[in-house]
Design a protein around this ligand. Structure first.
Ligand SMILES: NC(=O)C[C@H](N)C(=O)O
Length: 332
């Protein structure tokens, strides 16, 4: 049976044309599709333009627009393709993994490093691959890019120009697309065909701070005095914060005392935090901070906004953040 797919276009390089001020998204979804080699027996496709923006301009409110469009059309289609800029695609793929849970259909994000109208370009292949993967019997949110299928909570943009811009971090690739062929390196994930759960309440009062040698503890006064509900600290290596010199512990205690969720992650892309390893990590483990294990920052930001959209109660926030959703974290 032919699959019924919906393409939701949001802009990005894939839809960009050269203007006086540089590349800017302006192509309509039908124009994008005119470049694609159709696989007529496999699918029938409708399209809708949700926004036409550089993904630099994506906001959490834009994630909600995308999620609600999918929710509203969920019953009518077998799969969804979202064309999106690459710069914040990993945030959107993570966010949609929280906003739209369970379900029975694939939601596939793609984009390109070079506009569709340029030659050569990666846009044509990526869009074709995304459409092909959206025909699979699989559920969840995925990024399809340069022939690789990545779980939505595990994609990270690691290159600014090359075609292989995205990697699956701390998680295996779900699959590969080559022409009309989809292969799975491991067992194909089981589609347990559950009803879609759409929950779009978000709290955006979240701050990410990357510490560095010389980071001044006073910076952490800012979230305290500006109604922030969550602070994500990108610490070093296996995880730890300075406890000598510009000691961050007293300020972190103040944040926790004020009921602000403090989340610790690592600046290292691979293998995740292990705060128990070193004294500089253990000191903070004694406090009720939130562990992230091997989650990526994009997923942590989206998950924290989503969790804080439901509760500000510290123990609840910690429990929800530390509970795996959509394969976003693995315990050791
Ligand atoms: N390759 C791209 O799509 C980059 C673009 N600035 C965007 O994220 O919209």
């Amino acid at each position: 049976m032919k699959k019924k797919l919906l393409l939701l276009a949001t802009g990005g390089t894939i839809a960009s044309l050269q203007g006086d001020m540089g590349l800017a998204p302006s192509m309509e979804p039908d124009e994008l599709l005119s470049f694609v080699d159709k696989i007529p027996p496999l699918y029938q496709l409708d399209s809708k333009l949700l926004m036409n923006i550089d993904s630099t301009n994506m906001q959490p409110e834009s994630w909600i627009i995308i999620a609600e469009a999918i929710r509203d059309h969920y019953a009518q289609y077998d799969g969804f393709v979202i064309t999106h800029g690459t710069d914040t695609m990993a945030y959107t793929s993570a966010a949609l993994s929280y906003l739209l849970q369970k379900g029975s259909k694939p939601i596939v994000l793609t984009g390109s490093q070079v506009p569709m109208s340029f030659e050569p370009t990666d846009a044509k292949r990526n869009l074709q691959d995304a459409i092909r993967f959206a025909c699979e019997e699989i559920n969840g949110v995925f990024v399809v890019f340069d022939g690789r299928v990545i779980q939505g909570t595990r994609a990270v943009k690691v290159k600014t120009k090359s075609y292989d811009a995205f990697e699956s971090i701390n998680h295996p690739y779900i699959g590969y697309v080559d022409g009309t062929q989809v292969t799975y390196p491991f067992e194909k994930p089981i589609n347990d065909n559950q009803p879609l759960v759409c929950d779009t309440s978000l709290c955006t009062n979240v701050l990410v701070v990357k510490i560095y040698p010389g980071f001044h503890p006073d910076i952490l006064d800012y979230p305290l005095h500006h109604h922030y509900k969550g602070v994500i600290i990108e610490s070093f290596g296996s995880g730890g914060i300075p406890i000598l010199g510009r000691n961050l512990l007293p300020k972190i205690e103040k944040l926790l005392d004020a009921g602000i969720a403090v989340v610790i992650t690592t600046q290292c892309l691979e293998e995740g935090e292990d705060l128990h390893l070193y004294e500089v990590g253990r000191k903070i483990v004694e406090k009720s901070i939130i562990h992230t294990r091997n989650m990526n920052t994009e997923a942590i930001v989206a998950k924290l906004m989503w969790v804080l959209g439901k509760t500000h109660q510290p123990a609840e926030v910690k429990k929800m953040m530390e509970t795996p959703i959509a394969y976003d974290r693995a315990e050791r």
